[in-house]
Design a protein around this ligand. Structure first.
Ligand code: AMP
Length: 309
């Protein structure tokens, strides 16, 4: 039994970046979150759906990493969710070329019985009605609910998204999405508007420019590690969110101070995710590599300064 429920897509992705392109490879928001959790040694349970075309080996690969696939429904006659995106030269922006919902269109999530007491839930990028249904199936109010979403769902299901937000503790979104959700250009004003919608902690991801954590009047900023090579940013946001919640699960501490550390763990994992196409880098990542890079993060943000009057 795991203490972390992950809701999100398990998908096929086709990605194009200035460095090359892939055919359909393993992707999906829940996949990236689960991989991040496994790297911090947190067992998790994914609630999602795939079609009969989804390779059995992909599911076995997740299971092998302590990511339970019990909650992944397989619709034999259906097709797996497919997403295709193309990155611009700066790698910070992308165009979505295709979003085929397929089996997601009629998906009714089912949380496995023995996971209904989980204390931590991450509602990864998926239809807000699915996110809501999962929360309603939990036997007790989770200790922490984190929600990640994207502009796609704001465009097609904003009222439903606003309903789920009322039940969420932390939201992680990128800067453009924070502006779309709040109608405010200033991210500080946007965060304040978002508090009123439900989440008391607002994490704003800014890609290669780091991430901000807002809570009441407090704000914390963590940079992203300046990397020499970025091959494919797909899944970086999900990996970040997965690292964030997994650190909180591991430490069992939902204070603002600990969330600052969680942001660093999330940023650390995301910095690896972008180094190769798809899930490849996350799959092969070792704990020694993670620790070494955490040291780099520490160095990057530490300085001595004497403040005199
Ligand atoms: P990220 O780069 O962190 O935004 O996540 C990219 C992943 O999200 C890809 O693996 C896609 O399969 C998945 N994805 C793309 N669009 C959607 C969507 N509308 N809903 C859920 N997942 C999506």
């Amino acid at each position: 039994m795991s203490n972390l429920i992950i809701v999100g897509t398990v998908a096929f992705d086709a990605i194009e970046t200035p460095f090359g392109k892939t055919d359909k490879i393993l992707g999906g928001s829940a996949t990236y979150i689960g991989l991040a959790a496994s790297k911090l040694e947190i067992p998790s349970t994914i609630v999602s759906v795939v079609g009969g075309d989804f390779p059995k080996e992909y599911l076995e690969n997740l299971e092998k990493r302590n990511i339970s696939t019990q909650g992944i429904e397989i619709v034999k006659e259906g097709k797996t969710f497919f997403w295709s995106g193309k990155y611009h030269n700066d790698m910070n922006s992308r165009d979505t070329l295709v979003t085929e919902l397929n089996v997601l269109e009629t998906f009714e999530p089912k949380v496995p019985e023995d996971s209904k007491n989980a204390e931590f839930v991450i509602l990864g990028n998926l239809h807000p009605l699915v996110q809501m249904s999962v929360l309603q199936q939990m036997r007790q109010k989770p200790k922490l609910v984190v929600l990640d979403t994207m502009n796609f769902w704001m465009d097609v299901a904003m009222p439903e998204l606003k309903e789920v937000l009322k039940k969420v503790d932390v939201i992680t979104i990128n800067d453009g999405e924070a502006r779309q959700l709040s109608g405010e250009y200033s991210l500080t004003k946007a965060a304040k508007k978002i508090y009123e919608m439900g989440p008391k902690y607002v994490v704003i991801k800014k890609g290669e420019h780091g991430a901000l954590l807002y809570h009441k009047e407090d704000v914390f900023f963590a940079p992203a590690l300046p990397l020499e090579e970025v091959f494919d940013p797909t899944g970086a946001g999900d990996t970040f969110a997965g690292g964030f919640i997994s650190h909180i699960v591991k430490s069992n501490d939902i204070s603002f101070e600990n969330m600052k550390r969680a942001i660093i763990y999330g940023s650390n994992l995301a910095s690896f995710c972008v180094e190769k196409f798809g899930t490849q880098r996350m799959e092969e990542l070792s704990s020694t590599e993670m620790i070494e890079r955490l040291k780099e993060f520490k160095k990057l943000t530490q300085y001595e300064i004497t403040i005199t009057q």
